[in-house]
Design a protein. Structure first.
Lengths: 353, 110
């Protein structure tokens, strides 16, 4: 059981900044995210794209924003449960909560802050009629353990960075890698595209374009995929394989949070914006893109503000009746949980002769 | 409002909506759909309009001449599902005066 003060669901910019604001109040945070890395959409969708409306940053890349937020909250030693999706919430008799992930990891906290953005990222599944019958029986939408492909025949479908990068990686692991894409052109970083070209020339990646996987053959486990190729004349053929990995990107879904008994409107969680961004369940807050209230704007900077106010309310729940005054970091400095201290340099008092 | 154009949008339930779209607010078709709430929030424009998610895919039903497809959009559509010959990404279609009378249908949600 992981114990913390504030359990944050979602490790995007809002969730990461919560760690800092909570830390100033001496509250410890733990974050759960379905993605294998922190950053949320900033890492998953637009890592290399600039953002122009973060105060004081005329321009910052989404990936750099994530790095800076991680650096800013580092001394408050946040815990992470990554690659797992928050599945259930159970309110205890003492008012605290136990949140369990899809992998059974349990987290115990008096306050839960949902900073889930548009939801957890789920793989987009290609429209192949019998694909669901083969899930985890040779069909994987995400690569979690590359070693399971050792000396296997693998077919990857997709035309983006993940399809390219995993084809490159698995060409050293699997006995055979086939990459199938609907067009001859790939959308990815130039060096990835060039590397695949090189591996194709060396015969280490079998490239089939423009083509599409239209069916899966097998009994209890994938044995082959049916491929339709539309170059010159249309033809259909089978490729023998042990694994079929469709990589068509991820799409966010509100998912299990929708069943937590929270008031939902327009795919977002209703909160009290006049006060503290609490949901209809006392002790459960929703901040950032995942919440809604009159006049809501889905902006990172609004998430930062919401996180800050939410932490004050969390303090009251965790330390009922305990006095506290707002402090300015410039005046009081920042004391990390790791023993570090940041403070403004003292003024020099010295006579001028 | 001279700059407004009429656009007919068929939502994912097959219901047709005639809406007015401004041409002077740098809006694209995806944003018009969102501003009229013709698809639930969180099911359209997920990437914010960067041609990186295909949640705003639509089928163009009228024979309007539309801005040419850029590489980004073409690449995204090549990975999207339910793509037809008349598929476009709404976020890549900036509303302009030539679009008056445009008719589009939203592609199914993925």
């Amino acid at each position: 059981m992981i114990k913390t003060d504030i359990l944050i669901i979602g490790a995007g910019p809002t969730g990461l900044f919560t760690v800092f604001e909570a830390g100033l109040l001496k509250l410890k945070c733990h974050l759960i995210d379905a993605l294998p890395q922190p950053g949320g959409q900033c890492s998953e969708i637009y890592f290399k794209k600039p953002i122009y409306d973060i105060p004081a940053y005329p321009e910052i890349l989404a990936g750099d924003l994530t790095d800076k937020l991680l650096e800013q909250c580092k001394q408050f030693e946040p815990g992470f449960t990554l690659g797992e999706r928050a599945e259930t919430i159970d309110k205890q008799d003492d008012g605290t909560f136990i949140v369990t992930t899809n992998k059974g990891t349990k987290h115990h906290a008096p306050v839960v802050a949902i900073a889930g953005g548009l939801g957890s990222f789920e793989p987009r599944k290609p429209l192949i009629h019998n694909i669901e019958a083969f899930e985890d029986k040779g069909v994987e939408y995400m690569i979690k353990e590359p070693e399971m492909y050792r000396d296997k025949k693998v077919v990857i479908a997709g035309g983006g960075d993940s399809a390219l990068d995993w084809s490159i990686f698995l060409s050293d692991v699997a006995s055979e890698v086939t990459l199938i894409h609907r067009r001859n052109e790939f959308r990815g970083h130039l060096d990835s595209v060039e590397k695949v070209q090189e591996l194709k020339n060396l015969g280490k990646i079998n490239l089939i374009t423009p083509a599409e996987v239209t069916g899966i053959v097998g009994h209890h486990h994938v044995k082959a995929v049916v491929v339709s190729q539309a170059e010159h004349i249309e033809k259909e053929f089978e490729i023998e394989c042990d694994h079929f990995i469709p990589l068509f990107g991820l799409s966010p879904k509100l998912g299990p949070i929708a069943n937590w008994g929270l008031e939902i409107e327009k795919n977002a969680i209703k909160v009290n914006n006049a006060l503290d961004y609490q949901t209809n369940i006392p002790g459960v807050f929703a901040i950032g893109d995942v919440n809604t209230y009159p006049g809501k704007l889905k902006l990172i900077l609004c998430g930062f503000h919401e996180a800050t106010l939410m932490c004050q309310a969390a303090y009251q729940i965790i330390n009922p009746g305990k006095r506290y005054v707002l402090k300015y970091t410039t005046v009081s400095g920042v004391d990390g949980f790791d023993g570090s201290r940041k403070e403004a340099p003292k003024a020099v008092v010295k006579a001028i002769e | 409002m001279e700059q407004d154009v009429n656009i007919k949008i068929i939502d994912r339930d097959g219901v047709a909506h005639e809406v007015l779209a401004p041409t002077d607010m740098a809006m694209n078709l995806m944003e018009v759909v969102r501003s009229y709430e013709l698809a639930p929030e969180g099911t359209i424009g997920i990437c914010g309009g960067m041609a990186m998610c295909s949640s705003c895919q639509c089928y163009v039903l009228s024979d309007h001449e539309l801005p040419e497809m850029q590489d980004d959009e073409e690449a995204m559509l090549s990975e999207a599902f339910n793509v037809k010959d008349n598929s476009r990404l709404g976020c890549q279609l900036q509303i302009n005066p030539d679009m008056d009378g445009l008719e589009v249908e939203l592609a199914p949600e993925i």
